[in-house]
Design a protein around this ligand. Structure first.
Ligand code: PHE
Length: 340
C-alpha cells in the first residue's frame, strides 16, 4: 500500500503540471480529493489493514493528502494571477460608472425649507393624503355650501361615513387641526406634502401638486409675526430681495386673511403663461388662525392666537428654476429631471 500511495502522489502532481484549462481543475480535484475519489478509496483500504501496519501507512496517507492539497492550492493561485495579467484584460480601462439618480427639484426645495423652518424652531410634520371631510373642510370652518366641497374640485374616494366622506386632501391645512390636537400649544409646525384637485390641467394647473402648510399658535401672536416670518422665508428661498404685495384674501379658516403675491420671475412682471399675464404670482395665502379652527384643535381662542400660511411649493419651485409648465414636475421626463 505504501507504493500505491507514493504512486498516487506522483500521478496527481504530474496531472496537475500538465493542466492547461482552468475548467479541468475541478475535475481533477474530484478525481483525487472528492468524496469518492482515489484518496477516499485509500482511506477505505487503510481501515482494513492489520493493526501493526497502521501507524506508518496512516502517517504516509496524511502526508500524501496534504501534498496533493498543496499542489492544488498553488495551481489555483497561478491560474488566478494569470487571468488578471493576461493579454485580453486591460487594467487601465476605466471602470463602469454606476448610474446615479438625483433628487426631484420639489424635494430639494422642500428640504431646504424644512431646514430653514427647523432653524426657527418649527416641527416638520407629515399628514395623511387621504383625509376625511371633517379635517379637510368642517374643522377648517368650510361650510357644506362652499364650492370647494363640490366634486368638480375634490376627488372623493370610496369609504368613510356618509356624513364624513373620504377624499384626497385638497390642501395641507387639515394638518392645522390635527397638529393642534396632537401637540397642543404653543406650537410651531410646517407640513410639506402633496395635495389633489380635480383640475383641467394646463401650464399652471395640475391635479397633483405640493404645498407647505405653516402654523404658529402661541399667546399674543399677531400679523407682525406673520409678516416677519414670511419675509424670512422668502429671503431664504430666493437669496435676494423679492418684490411682494399683500392683498386681502378670503379663506374661511383665517381671519383676517391675505394673499401674498410675488413679482413673476419668469417674465419679470410683463406677463406670461405662468402668471396668467398678470405679472404677479399668487404664492402665499396666509392669515390669522380663525377662532373656530383653534376650538376644533382644542385650543381656547381667548387665550391663544396664531397665524397660518399655505405655501404653494410647486409654484415656488417653478419660480426658482424658471420652469414655465407645471406639468413637467410630474411628467417623469428624464431630460427635464436630470437638470437639477
Ligand atoms: N389651504 C389654502 C389653499 O390651499 C391656503 C391657506 C393656508 C390659506 C393657510 C390660508 C392659510 O388654498
Amino acid at each position: 500500500m505504501q507504493k500505491e500511495l507514493e504512486h498516487l502522489r506522483e500521478r496527481a502532481k504530474e496531472e496537475l503540471k500538465t493542466l492547461t484549462e482552468q475548467a479541468d481543475l475541478e475535475k481533477i480535484k474530484i478525481k483525487y480529493l472528492g468524496r469518492k475519489g482515489e484518496l477516499a478509496e485509500m482511506m477505505k483500504k487503510f481501515k482494513e489493514l492489520a493493526q501493526a501496519e497502521r501507524p506508518k501507512i496512516g502517517a504516509l496517507l496524511n502526508e500524501v493528502k496534504i501534498d496533493i492539497e498543496k499542489a492544488f492550492h498553488e495551481i489555483t493561485k497561478s491560474f488566478k494571477s494569470a487571468t488578471v495579467s493576461s493579454a485580453n484584460f486591460d487594467v487601465t480601462l476605466p471602470g463602469i460608472k454606476p448610474e446615479r439618480g438625483n433628487i426631484h427639484p420639489v424635494l430639494q426645495v422642500q428640504r431646504e425649507l424644512e431646514d430653514l423652518f427647523r432653524s426657527m424652531g418649527f416641527k416638520v410634520l407629515d399628514g395623511p393624503e387621504v383625509e376625511s371631510e371633517f379635517y379637510n373642510f368642517e374643522a377648517l370652518n368650510i361650510p357644506s355650501w362652499h364650492p370647494a366641497r363640490e366634486s368638480q374640485d375634490t376627488f372623493y374616494v370610496k369609504g368613510g361615513a356618509s356624513d364624513n366622506r373620504l377624499l384626497l386632501r385638497t390642501h395641507t391645512s387639515p394638518m392645522q387641526v390635527r397638529a393642534l390636537q396632537q401637540y397642543g400649544v404653543p406650537l410651531r409646525a410646517v407640513v410639506p406634502g402633496r395635495v389633489f384637485r380635480y383640475e383641467a390641467t394646463d401650464a399652471s394647473h395640475e391635479h397633483t401638486f405640493w404645498q407647505m402648510e405653516g402654523l404658529v399658535v402661541d399667546k399674543d401672536i399677531s400679523v407682525s409675526h406673520l409678516i416677519a416670518t414670511m419675509k424670512e422665508l422668502l429671503q431664504g428661498i430666493f437669496y435676494r430681495e423679492v418684490e411682494v404685495r399683500l392683498r386681502p384674501g378670503y379663506f374661511p379658516f383665517v381671519e383676517p386673511g391675505f394673499e401674498l403675491d410675488i413679482k413673476c420671475f419668469i417674465c419679470g412682471g410683463t406677463g406670461c403663461s405662468v402668471c396668467k399675464q398678470r405679472g404677479w404670482v399668487e404664492l402665499l395665502p396666509c392669515g390669522l388662525v380663525h377662532p373656530k379652527v383653534l376650538e376644533a384643535g382644542g385650543v381656547d381662542p381667548k387665550e391663544y392666537s396664531g397665524f397660518a400660511f399655505g405655501l404653494g411649493l410647486s409654484r415656488l419651485v417653478m419660480m426658482r428654476y424658471k420652469i414655465d409648465d407645471i406639468r413637467l414636475l410630474l411628467g417623469g421626463d428624464l431630460r427635464f429631471l436630470k437638470q437639477f
